[in-house]
Design a protein around this ligand. Structure first.
Ligand SMILES: Cc1ncc(COP(=O)(O)O)c(C=O)c1O
Length: 388
């Protein structure tokens, strides 16, 4: 059967692919430890589950407003007021099935065929594929040599008459980099000078580790409010990946168009999941703090274990729950081969940096139990030592 050129050009998600392979091997009885998924291993907060159960008992089983229940959109506005002192109204918020479709909707709303969009590599897997689906073209700026941070010089170098916007992700998946005020201001100035929009994916904003501090771009450049689409959701901070709730905040006109697209795609996110997210945003702060505390401990442990390994180098990640490890000095510097061999021989699943447009690196997620981290890192060390 003839398939469309569009669908033939799209690449599968490498992170989901590796996780699926690891799961299949596990079901065959292999002692797999997977560090490939960007998913907290904690259960969702009780307040989220309770809000969902209450919603079921009340019979909230119908279509909701396409852009999401008013109560949740109001709660998102309250959250942004409390956390960032930003003023949004519910008509400037849309709820969807996780952050991913919102990124797609924002890109479809803002990108025309042949438009160029700036991204910082290492970059999360779905941005480029989603851009391609809109006919847009990614312009990747490699940040490896500049401490995982973009520079003004690099931005100026890639600017062209076709550049329309920037997709920004801080804290970053996969590098864990957190853009400080200075970097955010530099990016905002560049966007302002060149009339670019910014899609600001801050899904990991609750996960930064001292002394790093998350900076929302509108806190350093409030005048860009009309040019920024904020993407966030409950998946990472509230350990609610399976509920599939994300939210976007943007000027009304953009939200309206994203909503129109959503009407023809998925319609509203699950009514029950929306109520769960409402419960989480309202009462889940203690859970977020507890999970953050646990992630901090795991981060310290995993960094200490990786630093004791031969060949590899690591820059301390300041946010999210990933360590992006430099394997360029290994006897197997090809990250894809490295990951395949590690999975086959030691049953440890990690993601090759190539998936994030940065070969020569691997991404290890520490959203895994301390026991798994210790055992998995022991196997990785053994693997590296055997390469000697
Ligand atoms: C940077 C980034 N943005 C967006 C998402 C998508 O989040 P969700 O699971 O809510 O769709 C992820 C999930 O891995 C992510 O890492």
């Amino acid at each position: 059967m003839k398939l469309s050129k569009r669908i033939l050009a799209i690449q599968p998600s490498a992170t989901l692919g590796i996780s699926a392979k690891a799961k299949a091997m596990k079901s065959e009885g292999k002692p797999i430890i997977s560090f490939s998924m960007g998913e907290p291993d904690f259960n969702s907060p009780e307040c989220a589950s309770k809000a969902a159960i209450d919603a079921i008992n009340r019979g909230e089983s119908h279509y909701t407003l396409n852009t999401g229940i008013t109560e949740l959109r109001e709660e998102v506005c309250n959250y942004y007021k409390k956390r960032f002192n930003l003023d949004y109204s519910p008509s400037e918020v849309i709820i969807s099935n996780g952050a991913k479709p919102l990124l797609y909707e924002a890109i479809q709303t803002l990108v025309d065929p042949d438009d160029e969009v700036i991204l910082f590599a290492p970059a999360w897997v779905s941005y480029v594929e989603q851009l391609h689906l809109a006919g847009g073209k990614e312009v990747l700026i490699d940040t490896i040599a500049t401490n995982l941070l973009p520079t003004k010089k690099a931005l100026q170098k890639v600017l062209s008459s076709k550049t329309v916007g920037i997709i920004l992700n801080s804290p970053s998946n996969p590098s864990g980099a957190v853009y400080n005020e200075e970097t955010m201001t530099m990016i905002a100035d560049f966007a302002r000078e060149n009339d670019l929009w910014i899609i600001f994916d801050e899904i990991y904003e609750r996960l930064t580790y001292k002394p790093a501090k998350h900076v929302n771009i509108l806190n350093v450049a409030p005048d860009l409010r009309d040019k920024v689409v904020i993407i966030n959701g409950t998946s990472k901070a509230f350990a609610m990946t399976g509920w599939r709730i994300g939210y976007a905040l943007a000027p009304k006109e953009i939200i309206f168009k994203m909503g129109t697209l959503q009407e023809h795609l998925t319609s509203n996110a699950s009514s029950i999941a929306q109520w769960a997210a409402y419960g989480a945003l309202k009462d889940g702060e203690d859970d977020v703090r507890k999970m953050h505390h646990e992630f901090s401990k795991r981060r310290e442990t995993i960094l200490e274990l990786i630093r004791a390994m031969p060949y590899v180098k690591v820059k301390e990640p300041e946010g999210a729950f990933y360590v992006f490890v430099d394997i360029r000095d290994c006897p197997i510097p090809d990250d894809t081969k490295f990951c395949e061999k590690l999975l086959e021989e030691k049953f440890v699943a990690v993601v090759p940096g190539t998936a994030f447009y940065t070969p020569g690196f691997i991404r290890i997620s520490y959203a895994s139990s301390m026991e798994n981290i210790k055992e998995g890192m022991a196997r990785l060390k053994e693997f590296l030592e055997e390469l000697k």
